[in-house]
Design a protein around this ligand. Sequence first.
Ligand SMILES: *Cc1c(COP(=O)(O)O)cnc(C)c1O
Length: 445
Amino acid sequence: MIDDTGQNEDRLFAQLAAESQILWINPALSTSHDVTAYKKDIADARRRLHNAHYHLQRSFPGTRALSKVVESPLFSAEDLAKCWDIPRWLVKADHCLPIAGSIKARGGFNEVLAFAESVATENGLPPPSSGMPNYTHPDARRLFSHYSVVVGSTGNLGLSIGMIASSLGFRTAVHMSRDAKSWKKDLLREKGVEVIEHAGDYSVAVEQGRESAKSDPKCHFVDDEHSVNLFAGYGAAAAELASQLEQLQVVVDDDHPLFVYVPCGVGGAPGGITYGLKALFGRNVHCFWAEPSASPCMLLQLLSGVHRPVSVYEIGLDNVTEADGLAVGRASPFVAPLMADLVSGIYTANDGQMLDMMLSVRETESMQVEPSAAISFFGPLFLTASDAGRRYCRVQGIGRTFRHATHVSWTTGGSLVPVAEWGPLYERAKAFRGQAKALANGWNR
Ligand SMILES: *Cc1c(COP(=O)(O)O)cnc(C)c1O
């Protein structure tokens, strides 16, 4: 079947099953969006993350020199831009986020802080007033020791939830999927977090976590597949990016489109960011998501229609990838329908291409990012070099204005990776040297 953008759906399914690298353009993308439903949740998340400053600096002394703890820099990737001939290319560096070392700091901290606020309020502590969170009350810690927080994760969400929940005094358990790296589990155990290891994938870890929390009314399960507070925490990043663009005097309007590329696992992080950006920039922001060819769960879900949940196993994929943060077989049933007309498109890349890109980003920009984050750098290349990308720009009326576009790659994780891990990772990556360039050249044919 041929869709409204001229794409052959049967061919796309076949390409997905064959792990080909594709750029899918969303035929249901709308030019007017209703992005009001979660506006208040996102505003609350901004306030909450801002007001957590004092607690975070006290609990994590390494952050005391920072003026803002849950905020990441916006870098200009000039050398990379020159290398790939992209006019203006920026990096939203969530791999630098302190404490959790990944984008999960945004969603995870918001979720746990919201739970802490409500437990404190329910137990008679004063409600959170402006600037003074009630979870810093002298009685709060003892109170929280009777409550627990549980989460299922491929690694980074567990790290984020474990760090913040244990800092507040909650008993904390993290159910880790087979993908989780040992150093992430070790770090959590050092913090007194209980780590439960599963031989199954992300969905299994989430299910086990959900099951274990069910019978205990004092246990909060962080539901990565349905949580509004995770989504809203990610969404709060949109206003942060907007103010950083303004500081750099980057204009976003009809003549200056903004393209943002975000890696996608279950969908919460790219979903929240896209929702937040659409609320601020409307049709002038174009949000593209990136998935590993072995785990393109959101692309498969949106292609199949959002009414029936599908998993990548159904089309014969194994959901095994170096991009551990994105190793998810089934998309969030909460986020997928919300995004059906907001996301511009989704592209895929395989492990070799991600690893080579990771090398290339280190060599040109001296940035150390996880393979999950490196995939965001393929965005501008897909858009400029592939037929689908060029067609998207034509259909959107972005012809001459493309020269004035700003591209933002969202680097979602990396700064906590131990030194001893990078060596072997870069060694492995060298076997794939040239694959990123070969992918970009391949689109030209
Ligand atoms: C979790 C994660 C993502 C994607 O977030 P989802 O909410 O799962 O879509 C991207 N990159 C990294 C490094 C992550 O840990």
